[in-house]
Design a protein around this ligand. Structure first.
Ligand code: UDP
Length: 314
């Protein structure tokens, strides 16, 4: 039985990884401090014999015996990572360093979750892995963008100095059931607003773009990356390359929810990237992977999840 640590295992993507890994012959340690996650995400999993939750913050060292680590622990939505920027920076630097030291002492393989935010407000589109980004180092998103950039630096210095096996994935926008209702993400915000017939809050004129990947596609890619025989020498973009404007996403969600919500325009937060679309050629060739779930199908599942979550309060 493989012993696998998932940091951030009660979070949105982490809890889906735990659930998938539980289908195999694995013992799962789900490490989470519930800073930006909910216990309800793992409530069902806690009943499994081979699943254990460890209440811990990766900013403090941890010593357990493990074979593999998925390192996802970090607040990832603007609302959560901007709440306490120093906490975010420390999670990225000290936290990642602790996890890499744990991998070193166990000789464990790591999949490290990085982000499309390392590209900042990109000046090229689509973004491939060689693009070095356009990040404002002193803006309100910097704690996350620069934090995640320095975490990548840490990873590759550990790899060079200690021969660690770490696979870095740059995750683009991901959505699906178990997103936190209060973390301000565009897909969850719009669905929650639409099913409650509240105005849809589009920031800016809505012409900024994002590319949305359904969570099951993302989890499949992360597990394939861990299972790959050879460690790729570069970070790999993971996401769905189908790009759309936020205005288009708002209209689509209103339609899918059969809602009578109106669209309300608000100020665009500073440093909000104007475009984002992954070039996934590397993932397609190395992992033989491509997203399979259409935006329509993924949205329907996510809408059902939130309708169920709010139950009779809709
Ligand atoms: N956004 C929006 N209304 C909302 C929440 C977000 O228009 O209620 C916009 C936000 O300004 C950004 C995009 O949607 O341009 C994606 O935002 P999100 O926070 O989901 O992810 P990120 O900016 O990190 O890609």
């Amino acid at each position: 039985m493989k012993k696998i640590l998932v940091t951030g295992g009660a979070g949105f993507i982490g809890s889906h990884i735990c659930e998938k890994l539980l289908e195999g012959d694995n013992y799962i340690y789900c490490l989470d401090n519930f800073y930006s996650s909910e216990k309800s995400n793992i409530e069902r999993l806690l009943k499994a014999k081979n699943f254990e939750h460890i209440l811990h913050d990766i900013q403090k060292p941890i010593d357990i015996e493990i074979d593999e680590i998925y390192n996802l622990a970090c607040p990832a939505s603007p609302i959560h990572y901007q709440k306490d920027p120093l906490f975010t920076l420390n999670t990225c630097f000290i936290g990642t360093s602790n996890i890499l030291n744990l991998a070193k002492s166990n000789n464990a393989k790591v999949v490290h979750a990085s982000t499309s935010e390392v590209y900042g407000n990109p000046l090229i589109s689509p973004q491939d892995e060689t693009y070095q980004g356009n990040v404002n180092p002193v803006g309100i998103r910097a704690c996350y963008d620069e934090g995640k950039r320095v975490a990548e630096t840490l990873v590759y210095d550990f790899v060079r100095m200690h021969n660690l096996d770490v696979r870095v994935a740059r995750l683009f926008n991901t959505y699906g059931p178990k997103m936190l209702p209060n973390d301000g993400r565009v897909v969850s915000n719009f669905i929650i607003q639409a099913i409650h017939s509240k105005p849809i809050t589009v920031y800016g004129d809505g012409s900024q773009t994002r590319s949305f990947c359904y969570v099951a596609d993302m989890v499949r890619a992360l597990i394939l990356l861990m299972e790959l025989d050879l460690m790729p020498t570069s970070p790999i973009n993971l996401g769905n390359p189908e790009e759309r404007t936020i205005h288009n996403a708002a209209n689509f969600i209103i339609e899918k929810c059969m809602s009578n919500s109106i669209i309300e325009f608000h100020d665009l937060p500073s440093d909000d990237p104007l475009q984002r679309k992954p070039d996934i050629s590397m993932a397609m060739s190395i992992l033989s992977w491509a997203p399979e779930v259409s935006f329509e199908d993924g949205l329907n599942k996510t809408i059902d999840y939130f309708k169920d979550y709010y139950g009779s309060n809709i």
